[in-house]
Design a binder for this molecule. Structure first.
Ligand SMILES: [Zn+2]
Length: 284
């Protein structure tokens, strides 16, 4: 079981050329089972890894995550960087969500949190001169996201999917890679429990994305009835991704923070702008 996950992660890294030993790798560590597992394995395989924890200020949940990540990194001897969402965007995710809602912009916490985290990860990876960013996305996350984008008719968002992000060659983006891409969530959880990692297994108290939950349950049911369906979904996506990538227009750069984006300002500066706030350029 333990060996299965290790073999799968090694194969994924090799097949998709996700990482080389020359890479300076930054692992986005949330304190959950997936990012903890991926940090452990990359460190074990001898990659040059450091970790980044983003404090989202979600009460006790974030406090426990932070403690766990600090403890785990110190046990592994991996350098940990910590950054607060408030320092970068000026607000906590919950505050952003409630104010945006009051202005008629009804984004889900997970959408806001995802945009803010991607933004911070990219900026911080550049600041630390990293050549690769690693996230703990697993097979279930990817299959769910693909089906959700399909059902919402937002296939443009699927360019973020895949073992390597779809816009890796774009200047200003540190390539994001997902070594757990072909690992089922239940297998990662089993590995993490076997290894007795200090991890919070509860889902985030802010994650009230009912649609993702429903799609997840639906796929779990299909997987029970027809084992291998999640893998077939991502395989289908991977076969078609190169064509979709070609259709992606050139990206520009945010007028405010300079991050790559498709509009005049990036999603995060757009959200903060709606609040009438001025985004802090702490990394410039
Ligand atoms: Zn921006």
């Amino acid at each position: 079981m333990k060996a299965d996950i290790e073999r799968k992660v090694k194969q994924t890294i090799e097949k998709y050329k996700l990482l080389s030993k020359k890479d300076k790798v930054l692992v986005a560590c949330s304190g959950g089972k997936d990012s903890t597992t991926v940090l452990f394995l990359l460190n074990k395989f001898g990659y040059d890894v450091e970790a980044l924890f983003i404090d989202l200020f979600i009460g006790k949940y974030s406090e426990k995550n932070k403690e766990d990540v600090e403890r785990f990194c110190s046990e592994l001897g991996v350098k940990l960087h910590e950054v607060s969402v408030k320092d970068v965007v000026g607000y906590s995710v919950c505050y952003l969500k409630s104010v945006l809602k009051s202005k008629g912009c009804n984004l889900k916490s997970c959408a806001i949190c995802g945009a803010v985290k991607r933004h911070i990860l990219n900026r911080y990876a550049k600041r630390l001169k990293k050549t690769k960013l690693v996230t703990g996305h697993n097979l279930d996350d990817e299959a769910q996201s693909f089906v959700m984008n399909l059902l919402k008719d937002r296939m443009d968002l699927s360019l973020r999917l895949g073992p390597k992000t779809g816009v890796v060659e774009e200047k200003g983006f540190v390539p994001r890679v997902k070594p757990l891409y072909f690992c089922a969530e239940k297998d990662v959880e089993e590995f993490s429990r076997l290894m007795k990692f200090p991890v919070v297994y509860d889902s985030c108290p802010c994650s009230v994305d009912a649609f993702r939950r429903d799609v997840g349950r639906f796929l779990d049911k299909l997987e029970r009835d027809a084992p291998g369906i999640k893998l077939r979904i991502v395989d289908y996506f991977l076969e078609r991704m190169p064509r979709s990538k070609k259709r992606l227009g050139k990206l520009g750069y945010c007028e405010n923070c300079g991050e790559p984006c498709s509009g005049k300002v990036c999603n995060v500066c757009g959200m903060v702008g709606l609040l009438g706030g001025k985004k802090r350029k702490v990394y410039k």
